[in-house]
Design a protein around this ligand. Structure first.
Ligand code: PLP
Length: 428
């Protein structure tokens, strides 16, 4: 499918020609573990990566491949690797870059689960993370040291209604010769295309807006194909003989597809965090309506945030789409189609009022998810950000009086009516 076509056309057609075997117009669910080799020579060529084809579904599957092509097209990347979850995508993205003793410099404004993964779990691999405020390019520059191998941030960040100045961050990464990884889950490529702003890799939780209806757990790493892995000796998995793949030099062999091939041939092969074909099929269905849904998500979020902001029972609304937000100028400049549909607000009355509000809402579902067609609510401090210290919670915009909304695509007036009655109960 031609790259010249517009976003909404690619969202339906990229990666999905009619099935060559049957003519099936929709992407079939290839529910198979293995694929018959034509003969012994064919099998050997596939295993040597001399020929691209299907071997075993831990590595590749036609339904998952269609999704990989579609997301790569929407993000403007050279290739993509799907995996079992957004968190798996983060590990898959870091895996070829990191080694014991190496670090990633990450934004303080991240999904709570990512802060935990980066603060604790990656240490088991001998990796570490340094957290800094990415609004301060000097602090970011100062945090980078000889062992840094990646820079990591979110485009629109969860849950604080903050947007990242990706070109500014990319300039620092570029000057340091390091890849910038952007988690684009909350923006989706409809609102933000990080690669066009200088990102090297884009990761997603496909679980959220990309699928859009709360049915799938999935992730993806998209590679821009533009980073020169051989410019330094910092990325030997890609630029030097890879011992985990009989000494193959991935960058030399695959050029701008080096990261993608490594992600499949070593990452998925050995870490096994594979996406299943049925999940990939649902996500392909979801992406068909991504543009329409994101438009409505943004429209509704803007109306709900504006209504909350003028309500006397509300202390503060942090949505980058509001004129009052310190990130509004950045949002208008870099995210002209909207600042997403996830934001937080602080209710007067602190922790108790926040918890009461969550219990009093009827239309908003109280769940630990976001990016669903339905509107969702959660009290971050007692749930998603519970593992964090109060300082970390406040830094992430998830203090005790803060409630997070993921505004769905229902009728905005119904959502406002529900918030109105719940605020009345919570502040009575
Ligand atoms: C949900 C989420 C993740 C993790 O994704 P899973 O699919 O739940 O593993 C990572 N980053 C962001 C911004 C998220 O919202």
């Amino acid at each position: 499918m031609s790259d010249q076509r517009a976003f909404d056309t690619q969202a339906i057609h990229a990666g999905a020609a009619a099935d060559p075997a049957t003519g099936a117009r929709q992407v079939p669910i290839y529910q198979t573990t293995a694929y018959a080799f034509r003969d012994a020579d064919h099998a050997a060529r596939l295993f040597n990566l001399q020929e691209v084809g299907y071997i075993y579904s831990r590595l590749t599957n036609p339904t998952v491949s269609a999704l990989q092509s579609r997301v790569a097209a929407l993000e403007g990347g050279a290739g993509a690797v799907c995996c079992s979850s957004g968190h798996a995508a983060q590990i898959l993205a870091l895996f070829p870059l990191m080694a014991p003793g190496r670090n990633v410099v990450a934004s303080t404004r991240l999904y709570g689960g990512t802060v935990t993964q980066f603060s604790h779990t990656i240490r088991r691999f001998g990796w570490s993370a340094k957290f800094v405020d990415f609004d301060d390019p000097e602090a970011l520059r100062a945090a980078i040291d000889d062992d840094t191998r990646a820079i990591f941030c979110e485009s629109i960040s969860n849950p604080g209604g903050h947007v990242t100045d990706i070109p500014a961050v990319a300039a620092v990464a570029d000057a340091a010769g390091l890849p910038l990884i952007v988690d684009n889950t909350l923006a989706t490529p409809y609102l933000c295309r990080p690669i066009e702003m200088g990102a090297t890799l884009v990761v997603h939780s496909l679980t959220k807006y990309m699928t859009g209806n709360g049915t799938v757990t999935g992730g993806v790493v998209v590679d821009s194909g533009t980073f020169d892995w051989s410019a330094s000796d910092k990325f030997p998995s890609l630029s030097a003989p890879e011992p985990a793949y009989h000494g193959m030099v991935f960058h030399q062999t695959f050029g701008n597809m080096a990261f993608t091939f490594h992600g499949i041939a070593v990452g998925l092969r050995d870490l096994g965090m594979t996406m299943n074909p049925q999940g990939a099929h649902y996500t392909l269905m979801g992406i068909e309506t991504l543009g329409l849904r994101m438009q409505r998500h943004v429209e509704n979020a803007t109306r709900v945030a504006a209504w909350l902001e003028q309500d006397p029972r509300v202390e503060k609304v942090t949505y980058a789409g509001l004129d009052s937000s310190p990130w509004n100028a950045t949002a208008k400049r870099l995210y002209p189609k909207g600042a997403g549909a996830l934001f937080t607000f602080a209710i007067k009355g602190g922790y108790q009022a926040a918890v009461k509000l969550v219990d009093a809402l009827k239309l908003f579902s109280h769940v630990a998810n976001l990016g669903d067609a339905r509107s969702l609510v959660i009290h971050s401090a007692s749930t998603t950000h519970r593992q964090l210290t109060e300082d970390q919670q406040r830094a992430a915009g998830a203090g005790p009086e803060v409630v997070r909304l993921s505004v769905g695509i229902e009728d905005a007036a119904d959502l406002i009516a529900d918030l109105d009655q719940a605020l009345a109960q919570a502040t009575a």
